[in-house]
Design a binder for this molecule. Sequence first.
Ligand code: TXA
Ligand code: MG
Length: 351
Amino acid sequence: MPGLATRLLTPADMDEAVRLLHAGEVVAFPTETVYGLGANALRVEAVSRIYAAKGRPSDNPLIVHAHHRSQIHQIAREWHSDADRLMNAFWPGPLTLVLPKQAVVPYAVSGGLDTVAVRIPNHPVALRLLAESGLFLAAPSANVSGRPSPTRAEHVWQDLYGRIAAVLDGGPCGCGVESSVVDCTETPFRLLRPGGVTLEALQACVPSLLDGSVAVLPDEVPRSPGMKYQHYSPTADVMVILHDPDLQLLRAKVERAQRAGQRVGAMVVSEHRSLVPAGALVLDMGPRDDLPRIAQSLFHLLREADARRLDAVFVEGLPETALGRTVMNRLRKASGGKIVDAETMQGGDDR
Ligand code: TXA
Ligand code: MG
């Protein structure tokens, strides 16, 4: 697969992006959440190119992107009226609904399941691409499997140059974390992956909706196949530190790693920049109360850790409400579960 001369397109080259998609090629495109790796969702050869480019296990299903509500019945069927409520409230936007699939959706897209994940993205370039191609686009996040999701065209370029036909550059993504995924195939509905739409907002719309994204029991089959894979990891070792208001523990960890000769970063809210020990790289997440900004910067900062060739990154934990829940979900995965609670000193390792 490496060896393709990947092209960098702009929205002015929309016709070329459409032509490549019609030819069964893979084109990365911007959405409001993260960049997606798009191909014709109804053609198996096109879809298999996505899995090959990403290095993704084929049992991990893809989200199908559509341009308009009126198209959804072509790919999904028989959904509960509460799913209509969610569509009305949050589409176009960062919400993906898992619905029973129509036969036209290949099992290559659904990972062998009888369901399909669907969303209408809220990004002008994505919507134009969907409208002008007239296609349903299967699109996972446009990173190599396991890496932080891409929120800028250059992130896609770094991961996938030579493996895909083109990247359509639409600038940085505004939301910065992936869509929330809700399983609507059974009642009560369950949130499988927290994302750009908060659990609180979803429950305000459908009060019976449950949070199904918290720890899966060891012998329980994950409802969302993607939940079982390691994710979002930079090469640097990531550790998250909870309940450490003056960063005492975080600072001690940074200094200890520095003494051991490591290149160290500290990912903290803007208010805490000045608390980071000298010599450590400050990765500023944004003001504490600006969760949308923190979410938007998250994956870029994790990639920055690699660009600066850091060995270790210590991250200040956030309260797990609203978008803080989404950010902490991604950080748990990026750290491979290395989370220390400064109050109880539980968790992590002995660094
Ligand atoms: O914001 C997003 O959702 C981005 C943009 C490009 O739209 N896409 C994205 O796709 O994050 P991906 O493939 O990286 O994550 C899709 C998630 C995975 O956890 C996958 O397992 C789950 O959705 N999923 C997809 N189809 C499913 C299905 N039929 N049932 C349950 N989970 C499903
Ligand atoms: Mg992904």
